[in-house]
Design a protein. Structure first.
Length: 270
């Protein structure tokens, strides 16, 4: 008697980490494209800072602390990092929307890596930040800023901006997943980004600031990013460039670990 082979149902293998990350990235990119007004509107503030603030304080460029390059050349790298900082601080709002709509629960009940969830959304934020950064540099060029560092210097500035974005996007994600509240995220973000901006060399050289502000700005990651970006664009890096870059890289790694830890803590709490 001939045995009859029964049909078997193949069990699909779990997709790899890169595939999962790519799927999460695709979802967020589609969302960004459908709501492109958000990233576009966020560029209004840097336009105002560069065009108006740069014009009002243009006479400061004659001071020796600015190296004779003009205030607009000094200001543009700072506005570049400020744009990244403010955009990154809002990154966590997407997770709060997912929590409120139930999408996050679907994520956490599916066989998808938790790091892929974080990395996919972070990659989307970094892509948007790079595009915004290019627009800011273009606006700076149109208003008179010049970049002697050339293409390589622009690439360095974009790389530093990406590190800074990684830090604040990851921190925003961790805060969002911990507080799960839009108002709390916005309040904490404002509490961080404003001091980080004005207690740095974003708009003014350290020599022109009070001594206590100088001491604080020396350890401010925003200052590290601004000085590295400024060094890339004008071709003259600060003496502590490697230490500043290493500090930003370490902070980016720690912030990413915090965001992954936060999503796992959120999963355990539901």
């Amino acid at each position: 008697m001939t045995a009859i082979a029964l049909p078997t149902t193949a069990i699909p293998a779990r997709s790899g980490w890169f595939t999962q990350t790519g799927q999460v990235l695709r979802r967020w990119l589609i969302s960004s494209w459908r709501q492109a007004w958000g990233p576009v509107m966020s560029l209004i503030q840097p336009v105002i800072w560069i065009a108006l603030f740069g014009a009002v304080f243009s006479s400061l460029g004659t001071l020796p602390q600015f190296g004779g390059d003009g205030y607009i050349d000094y200001l543009v790298p700072g506005i570049l990092m400020m744009t990244v900082l403010y955009s990154g601080a809002w990154a966590g709002t997407g997770y709060i929307d997912d929590i409120n709509s139930g999408v996050m629960d679907q994520y956490l009940t599916s066989p998808i890596s938790r790091t892929a969830i974080i990395t996919g959304q972070l990659a989307q934020q970094l892509i948007v930040n790079v595009l915004q950064s290019l627009v800011v540099l273009g606006i700076g060029w149109l208003t008179g800023a010049r970049y002697p560092g050339g293409i390589g210097g622009v690439a360095v500035a974009l790389g530093v901006a990406t590190l800074l974005a990684t830090i604040f996007c990851s921190m925003s994600t961790a805060i969002a997943l911990t507080t799960r509240n839009q108002i709390a995220l916005i309040s904490l973000s404002q509490l961080i980004v404003l001091p980080a901006t004005f207690l740095s060399t974003t708009m003014m050289p350290a020599d022109l600031m009070p001594e206590w502000v100088q001491n604080v700005s020396r350890w401010n990651p925003m200052t590290w990013a601004v000085e590295l970006g400024r060094g890339g664009l004008d071709g003259g890096y600060p003496d502590a460039a490697w230490l500043q870059a290493a500090g930003l890289a370490v902070l980016a790694g720690l912030a990413f670990v915090w965001s992954v830890s936060a999503i796992r803590a959120y999963q355990r709490s539901i």
